[in-house]
Design a protein around this ligand. Structure first.
Ligand SMILES: [Zn+2]
Length: 484
């Protein structure tokens, strides 16, 4: 009976090595992270997935506040005329904007849009709030939902509505705005690497890939298990573009009237997709302990008088772990076999499992199983909570190290167009190559290989040679990849 259930269960997930994209959708749905909704393009984030988002929010919010920012909330609906004020911004977002034209049973005098991002509404408010240099800087973050119409739905990766945080800051000087943009880029990178065990490459976007209306966009890019890159976060130096469009002016120290220098930056629920695709394996998800809804699952083995012997011990262990701040699930459901539970919680990515049966009680030990390596370690009751805590930290580090090795194995430096093309077939990875800086050349590369420039190194590097595509002298090195 148990055997049959397990076999039926395993076939529910498409093998990762066979079809990465289907594997992804299968694990997201089977692990109950998210589901499709009756509204095309929109997803439902289920409790297990939302728990991951809450952990991401907590880790990120803590960092955002520690760097001097405060949270606020602005409206979901934005008057059409506000979005129209910044020309490039409108052009960039127009195709994805959703409109509200009726309300209260009547046609609206002015159509409203559902925010695709909030520069327009926040800029309008900043124009009212900023009078003097003494009012600066403004360092505000918002946790919100966003609507950008999408034709294709990919749970967590591409949906019409998603959740994010968006920071919007206003500064007295250009230098200060640039420093803020880079501070956030560093904060994002540190967050991804520490909390998500997801290594990222920091860099600057090319002109054609930058945010609509920004003067400079920086990004962090991570490499997924199928060799495609995921843009995990962006930080924009807006220069004075939005300040001029929204008339955000202040009286400077020398009494002259100046425009503020702005930044905006965001990370989204797409990070959950990043975690899944960075760490998952053939058996399902693997959550880094710091963002795992449950860090430990305890599975009691129901033999003999287990309810008098095993269960109380399992409950005591749970209490010890919880007292250390560890998130624990004690799965004492009798309707499922231990074997079924093992594969269920493996699929759902719990970093560590503790098995405990009558024999373990006799030996005063539990069987501890790591999700990442599936290694089994007999561990004595004595000092168990401390050992678990230590091992969770070890798993977090091991996942990061593994992801770094994978990225290194899938990063190639070349200036050969033929080699570039062959790498971009199959499971590509990053290619570092010299590039001329020309947008037409960049788009020709994309047309032929689907690869895009993910970002350019932060520090100017000597490209040493000619552009890999057009052969004219290169101006920079660039990170290329096929991307989500
Ligand atoms: Zn070129």
């Amino acid at each position: 009976m148990a055997k049959k259930t397990e076999e039926a269960f395993v076939t529910e997930i498409t093998p990762r090595s066979e079809d990465f994209s289907r594997w992804y959708t299968d694990v997201v749905r089977r692990a109950e992270l998210a589901d499709y909704s009756p509204v095309k393009g929109c997803m439902v984030i289920r409790p297990y997935g939302y728990a991951v988002w809450e952990l991401i929010q907590q880790g990120l919010d803590r960092r955002i506040k520690a760097t001097g920012h405060v949270n606020a909330y602005f409206p979901l609906l934005i008057p059409q005329s506000l979005l129209m004020k910044e020309a490039e911004h409108v052009e960039g977002f127009a195709p994805q904007v959703a409109w509200v034209t009726r309300g209260g049973g009547e046609e609206l005098e002015e159509p409203l849009i559902l925010r695709p991002t909030s520069e327009a509404i926040i800029g309008t408010m900043y124009a009212r709030w900023v009078q003097s240099w003494r009012d600066l800087p403004i360092l505000i973050n918002q946790w919100a939902n966003i609507v950008r119409w999408e034709k294709v739905t990919r749970l967590f990766l591409r949906t019409t509505e998603f959740l994010w945080q968006e920071g919007h800051t206003a500064h007295e000087t250009e230098e200060e705005a640039e420093r803020e943009t880079r501070t956030i880029l560093d904060l994002y990178a540190e967050f991804c690497e520490t909390e998500l065990a997801m290594p990222v490459i920091k860099g600057r976007k090319s002109e054609s890939e930058k945010f609509a209306g920004a003067s400079k966009t920086y990004s962090i890019e991570a490499l997924m298990g199928d060799g495609r890159a995921l843009q995990a976060g962006t930080s924009h130096n807006l220069g004075q573009n939005f300040a001029k469009a929204f008339n955000i002016q202040f009286q400077a120290r020398d009494k002259s009237l100046q425009y503020i220098w702005g930044t905006s930056w965001g990370m989204t629920t797409r990070l959950i997709g990043g975690v899944i695709m960075t760490h998952g394996d053939e058996n399902g998800l693997i959550f880094p302990p710091r963002v795992a809804p449950y860090q430990v699952v305890i599975v009691p083995i129901p033999r003999g008088n287990w309810q008098e012997t095993v269960l109380p011990r399992a409950q005591a262990i749970k209490a010890d772990l919880v007292a250390k701040g560890i998130r624990v699930m004690l799965d004492d459901r009798e309707v499922y076999t231990p074997g079924w539970k093992f594969s269920e919680w493996e699929l759902r990515g719990v970093p560590m499992r503790l098995e405990i049966g009558p024999k373990d009680i006799e030996k005063s030990q539990v069987m501890l199983v790591r999700r990442d390596t599936r290694e089994k370690i007999a561990t004595p009751f004595d000092g168990l909570a401390g050992r678990v805590e230590q091992l969770l930290a070890g798993i977090q580090q091991a996942l990061f190290d593994r992801a770094v090795s994978f990225r290194e194995e899938h990063t190639t430096q070349t200036d050969s167009w033929d080699e570039f093309k062959s790498i971009m077939e199959g499971r590509p990875g990053f290619v570092i190559a010299p590039w001329c800086g020309d947008a037409a050349c960049e788009s020709a590369i994309k047309a032929e290989t689907q690869a895009t420039i993910r970002n350019l190194p932060l520090e100017p590097t000597s490209p040493g040679g000619n552009c890999l595509k057009c052969g004219t002298p290169a101006t920079t090195l660039a990170y290329f990849a096929k991307a989500y």
